[in-house]
Design a protein around this ligand. Structure first.
Ligand code: SAM
Length: 458
């Protein structure tokens, strides 16, 4: 049973909307809520019934996200090929409230440069990718290298071409003064909002941890705020209930940084508590698990009034040769892409090339656009990322696998399926690409990446 630390309860007494007994009770119940967000590049809400062998037949919509759904129980996502195909992301429902901030406050019909500063494992980044236009660029950053690997994997599965993954310390963004139109800081925090889902977090919580986190949150914001353009939107969020990490930061952003706090329209039926910070009356939105179907969360939005823009250092990425471009052409859908090279070939929407040249010169780029593969003897050896991306042409040879063959494919085992055609082809499940295989006549080579393969036993 999750027992909430008395010191936390004490510190929350004065928060608007806090009901101590209901909060204690909801933690004692240990209800586990499962929610997913579907990927509009690959899936529609009508496809939901195919998830987890039909578990989502009776799903319920998350009210603040057009793609969010609560599942009646938690299926084994590991053994659902659609999960590996990037058809949906398993995400805590309260976090999906980011959608309201972006749709209500960002000008989405203009090309935007968006930075998700603390992005791993990728919940907010995959969501941002769904919200922004194809002409907009998402820089998805994670300072901890190992976590940046997980972020890359999730962004690859999601399949959007307009994403660059970087692994930089917030300090490094000082080189990009006034560059971004939207800055999302989903800050590392003391984690009280996740107690129900992860009772381990209770042992790590202490008033000292809250103090440590609020210092770190201010450092992260101080480092990153200069890279937001004048008029740019800051979305700040935590999964902590503590006012030190939430309202006090909102006050500090307004008082020290001169930001303008912004309100959102929120339906009363959603159960979200609107809070006001003590000094500046800044509005923020808090999710208490006894009042919403989701975990603890806080989000507040701000507009930057003024700020400089700089001239930026740029590094033009190497362009692929004509022969290389000709080799990749049959594999990608029609569109305005720059085909670039860095040992391997990769594609980026052409309108994003200028912004990418700046990112490349100033940050540690882990992955940009869609990795296409390498040309050998005039032919493309396709990369896994291409198979999962939105830019792959629908006209390639493909073999649909049944569930047991699809799982074998994802485990990187030998397959017994007999493809109708030889050569490179897509392995699919329910019409969704899982990756590549090469049928050689007497055997099939399984090219599912080793590092992604399912290791768990059924
Ligand atoms: N936005 C992510 C999502 O929706 O999936 C979750 C982000 S998590 C709340 C905070 C992230 O900040 C973690 O990935 C963590 O590694 C990163 N982080 C930790 N210390 C940091 C620091 N000093 N500066 C920037 N990011 C940091």
């Amino acid at each position: 049973m999750a027992i909430v630390p008395p010191a936390l309860l004490q510190s929350l007494q004065h928060l608007p909307g806090f009901d101590a007994q209901a909060f204690i009770d909801v933690h004692a119940q240990e209800e586990k809520i499962t929610s997913i967000r579907v990927n509009p590049l690959k899936f529609t809400n009508d496809d939901l019934t195919s998830i987890g062998g039909g578990i989502a037949n009776t799903s319920e919509a998350v009210p603040w996200s057009r793609w969010g759904h609560y599942l009646p129980e938690r299926p084994s996502f590991t053994f659902d090929p659609l999960f590996h195909a990037g058809c949906y992301y398993v995400q805590e429902a309260s976090s999906m409230f980011l959608e309201q901030a972006i749709t209500q406050l960002a000008i989405l019909d203009q090309p935007l440069k968006v930075l998700d500063l603390c992005a791993a494992p990728g919940g907010k980044s995959t969501h941002l990718q769904s919200l922004i236009s194809k002409e907009s660029l998402l820089v998805s950053n994670e300072v901890i290298r190992q976590r940046a690997g997980i972020l890359r994997q999730n962004m690859t599965k999601w399949g959007g071409a307009n994403v660059v993954v970087t692994a930089n310390d917030p300090q490094h963004f000082a080189r990009l003064e006034g560059f971004f139109d939207v800055l999302v800081v989903d800050a590392p925090c003391s984690g009280s909002g996740l107690f129900r889902r992860d009772p381990e977090a209770i042992n790590e919580w202490s008033p000292d941890a809250v103090q440590l986190c609020c210092g770190r949150q201010r450092r992260i914001l101080s480092d990153a705020l200069p890279c937001l353009a004048a008029g740019g939107l800051l979305v700040y969020s935590t999964c902590s209930y503590s006012a030190e990490e939430d309202e006090a930061i909102a006050d500090w952003l307004v008082e020290e940084w001169g930001l303008e706090n912004l309100s959102l329209e929120v339906a009363q039926s959603w159960g979200i508590v609107t809070s006001q910070s003590p000094n500046t009356g800044s509005v923020g939105y808090r999710f208490f698990p006894d009042q919403v179907k989701g975990e603890g969360f806080y989000l507040a939005c701000f507009r930057k009034g003024s700020g400089g823009a700089s001239r930026y250092k740029t590094t033009k990425p190497e362009a692929a040769s004509s022969a290389e471009k000709a080799a990749v052409a049959p594999w990608i859908a029609a569109g305005d892409f720059s085909i670039l090279k860095e040992g391997f070939l990769y594609a980026l929407p052409a309108p994003l090339l200028e912004a990418f040249s700046i990112i490349k010169a100033n940050l540690y780029v882990q992955q940009a656009g869609v990795r296409l593969g390498e040309v050998m003897k005039g032919k493309l050896v396709p990369d896994h990322a291409l198979a999962l991306s939105e830019i792959i042409t629908p006209h390639l040879t493909a073999t649909d696998l049944d569930l047991s063959e699809a799982i074998k494919y994802l485990q990187r085992l030998d397959l017994s399926v007999q493809p109708e055609q030889r050569g490179w082809q897509l392995a699919r499940f329910g019409g969704h690409n899982l990756g590549w295989m090469n049928a050689l006549g007497n055997r099939i080579n399984n090219y599912y990446p080793k590092e992604f393969r399912i290791l768990k036993q059924a």
